[in-house]
Design a protein around this ligand. Structure first.
Ligand SMILES: [Zn+2]
Length: 471
């Protein structure tokens, strides 16, 4: 999951706009009797999908497939041979599963490498600080950087104390509010401090909880100021440095990072389909991203989303169902640098936007599901709410607003509906982008339920008479 503060601000703005627009509407959309009947007629198929996924041949399949995959390949950073080897294997697995049109679509992706990295507190006492360099960070000179540090609790404090920043390492220790809000320090902290002459930045991990785990993620340089090395530190160390500074101690830190950005390389979005029987050119997309950060196993972010999306096709195929329009799985590449692979997919396919009924993306956890989040017209939402009724038996019938994800949000420009999985992901940011993102975070039965939700929506939407209305 990548999100920048700007993107968040935009989505809040568009949310307000939507609110204003919906307030202006005088009536709720009413579905035709025929459409309600058509959707109700899928209740038997929906139950079959649920049984298949919970207790039938699909039970625990997505979890077991993912475990085998991430245990073998580990984390899959964009630009790495690890990622490309895992994509090769993924294409093989999808072919073995009997899916149609299995192929990789080539795209240009970022190639950042971490290298060795060390942070050492020298004063007031010697201690190693656990760090993870942030994606796109530059490295230090070979001899490293040794400098006194100042601790800033907010950008406001940085502005107030800007005269103290020159030639210093700036430690940001903002209180965690929420990921979309607090991530601004990770994304923009380096350049904000560089503007006043800082030589490096250490950012408190963006998350609500820690057992001494640094969490990496993307950061973005402002090209008008020098690019300085930047890494995240643990919440515990950020708080300790904060206390030491308040106690009047002089803080001296030595930082060494080999990080560098290499030229872009070719990767692939991984595609597989169940070809539609009546409208093969029209598609419903289910998706997650296959790339990950270079720590942990990339199991939760976003192996889980990618593998429940595969599972949705597996279930439909396993039940011998063929929808009228094509059900397409896309496992995106280089999501973590800001949706690099999906943006090129969009640019290449946007001329066919009228053939895309909806794009689903799961990139916010595959924990216990309770519905979906949706972005699109009120009429389309009413259709999804009707389909949600097919999931009452597993308590996953709710449809909320503001669906989508980094990889599918591009399509909103063409008014194509998007959706994501509403799930109990309250602990998502405990593990996100850290060495803690392993299979142990996930649960096979929860993934069975997520797969069933995904399969019911995807199949019914691919099989209805019409693509979803735009808007
Ligand atoms: Zn993700």
């Amino acid at each position: 999951l990548f999100i920048s503060a700007t993107m968040e601000a935009l989505s809040i703005l568009s949310g307000i706009l939507l609110l204003l627009l919906s307030g202006a509407q005088s009536h709720e959309p009413v579905l035709s009797e025929k459409l309600i009947r058509d959707i109700s007629n899928y209740s038997e198929i929906a139950l079959k999908i649920i049984d298949y996924s919970l207790t039938g041949p699909g039970a625990n399949q997505s979890y077991n497939r993912l475990a085998t995959f991430v245990d073998r390949y580990g984390p899959r950073l964009s630009g790495s041979s690890n990622l490309e080897d895992s994509i090769d294997h993924m294409l093989y697995l999808l072919q073995q599963d009997g899916l149609d049109n299995v192929h990789g679509e080539e795209v240009n992706v970022t190639h950042w490498v971490r290298g060795k990295e060390i942070a050492q507190l020298l004063e007031p006492r010697s201690a190693e600080l656990s760090i993870l360099g942030l994606g796109s960070s530059v490295g230090t000179p070979e001899e490293g950087i040794t400098a006194d540090a100042v601790v800033m609790r907010s950008f406001d404090e940085l502005e107030e104390r800007k005269d103290e920043v020159k030639d210093r390492i700036v430690v940001f220790n903002p209180t965690y509010v929420s990921y979309p809000v607090t991530v601004a320090y990770r994304v923009n902290g380096a350049s904000r401090a560089s503007k006043y002459g800082a030589v490096a930045t250490l950012i408190r991990t963006v998350g609500p909880f820690s057992i001494y785990s640094p969490h990496t993620g993307m950061q973005v340089y402002n090209s008008s100021v020098p690019a300085i090395p930047t890494a995240c530190i643990t919440i515990e160390d950020a708080n300790m440095l904060d206390r030491l500074e308040r106690a009047g101690e002089r803080l001296t830190i030595h930082l060494y990072m080999e990080a560098q950005t290499l030229p872009m390389v070719i990767s692939r979005n991984t595609v597989a389909e169940i070809k539609g029987s009546v409208y093969p050119d029209q598609v419903v997309v289910v998706s997650g991203h296959l790339d990950s950060w270079d720590v942990g196993q990339g199991a939760m972010d976003d192996g889980g989303g990618a593998f429940i999306s595969w599972q949705a096709l597996s279930i439909v195929k396993g039940l011998g169902l063929t929808p009228k329009r094509t059900l397409r799985l896309v496992m995106w590449t280089d999501e973590e640098a800001g949706g690099i692979g999906s943006q090129q997919y969009y640019q290449r396919h946007r001329e066919d936007a009228d053939k895309y009924s909806i794009l689903f993306e799961s990139d916010e956890g595959v924990f216990l599901p309770y519905g979906i989040l949706f972005s699109g017209s009120a009429e389309a939402k009413a259709i999804l709410q009707q389909i949600g009724q097919l999931l009452v038996s597993i308590n996953a019938s709710e449809v909320y607003d503001n669906g989508g994800g980094t990889d599918v949000d591009w399509w909103r420009e063409e008014k194509v509906p998007t959706a994501s999985l509403a799930n109990h992901n309250e602990h998502y940011f405990w593990y996100h982008h850290s060495n803690g993102d392993t299979m142990d975070v996930l649960d096979p039965e929860e993934m069975n339920l997520c797969s069933a939700v995904w399969a019911v929506y995807a199949y019914v939407l691919a099989d209805l008479d019409d693509v979803l209305p735009r808007g």
